[in-house]
Unconditional design. Structure first.
Length: 301
């Protein structure tokens, strides 16, 4: 999508307006469902048995769209994504079995293309259901795996050109997706004060109502952290996300790389966890390039 003509730019900007968990995830950036940057330090480590409420608050902003021809592009997205997690005592292949569900909603504002893009939206994003969640805990290593499905519950734009500008900020994708997750966290020292993690996700997308199938996407989120005073974690986190296969009718693939700091703290008495990370995208191809700020609150009951 490298021509600046409005009829071709508008469908791309619509996908950009909410490629979040998203995803969250939920950032204005990518055609798939999962928003990179949702997880950070020790991202592949699942909690012990119990019931948890985790609330992701993601803010994404971008004013650059490499390769689009847009010189006045501006997008801002905020998504709140509460996630209910239940990790059980049941063992499968030595791992604790669990499940979770995410009900994200948010606000998007997209402007550009000489005023042709000027739309805001507040509402539901696509629902994520994860019926399989597996967590292994070894002496110096954690492994996490899962399978989830994204349900098209949010309002989605018509991707066929010329798309009505009033749909540019719609949050939904308009199609179902399957997501497979596998990752690990390594603690190099005996005291487990250092951590190195990588969390991989692969998305397979179905066709939408207009017979367009978005290409499969791959995401890896990574982190290097250090624990201080037993309750603080500081470190560097980042992500890569890219299309593995091409979208119907399009011979290009989008990708992005981001890097930034994270700090987190745990309150043992109340079993509360807070984390804050800022990731700056240092390279993007066929999609917006911007910044992600994520505040995550987790409470065990």
């Amino acid at each position: 999508m490298n021509a600046p003509a409005p009829a071709r730019v508008l469908p791309v900007a619509a996908c950009a307006a909410l490629a979040m968990f998203s995803s969250l995830t939920a950032q204005a950036q990518f055609p798939g469902h999962y928003p990179p940057g949702v997880e950070g330090l020790k991202g592949a480590s699942l909690p012990p048995p119990g019931v948890y409420l985790r609330d992701y608050n993601l803010f994404y902003t971008a004013d650059e769209y490499p390769g689009s021809g847009l010189t006045d592009f501006d997008a801002s997205v905020f998504v709140a994504a509460p996630r209910l997690i239940w990790m059980t005592e049941k063992k499968i292949l030595g791992a604790n079995y669990g499940m979770d569900v995410i009900v994200p909603f948010g606000y998007a504002d997209v402007e550009g293309a000489g005023g042709l893009l000027d739309d805001t939206y507040f509402g539901l994003y696509d629902l994520q259901i994860e019926p399989i969640l597996l967590g292994w805990h070894f002496k110096q290593f954690d492994i996490g795996a899962g399978y989830s499905v994204w349900v098209p519950t949010g309002q989605s734009p018509d991707p066929r050109p010329p798309m009505p500008p009033g749909n540019a900020a719609d949050l939904g994708k308009g199609f179902w997706s399957h997501m497979f997750t596998l990752g690990g966290t390594w603690f190099p020292d005996a005291e487990k004060t250092w951590s190195i993690s990588a969390l991989n996700r692969y998305e397979i997308h179905h066709e939408n109502d207009y017979d367009v199938r978005v290409g499969d996407s791959y995401t890896v989120e990574f982190g290097l952290g250090k624990t201080l005073a037993k309750v603080w974690d500081v470190g560097v986190v980042g992500y890569y996300q890219g299309q593995v296969t091409e979208t119907t009718g399009d011979d290009g693939k989008a990708s992005v790389v981001g890097l930034g700091p994270e700090v987190s703290v745990v309150f043992p008495k109340t079993m509360t966890f807070l984390s804050l990370r800022w990731i700056h995208e240092i390279e993007a191809h066929r999609r917006p390039e911007g910044d992600t700020i994520t505040l995550t609150w987790t409470q065990r009951f």
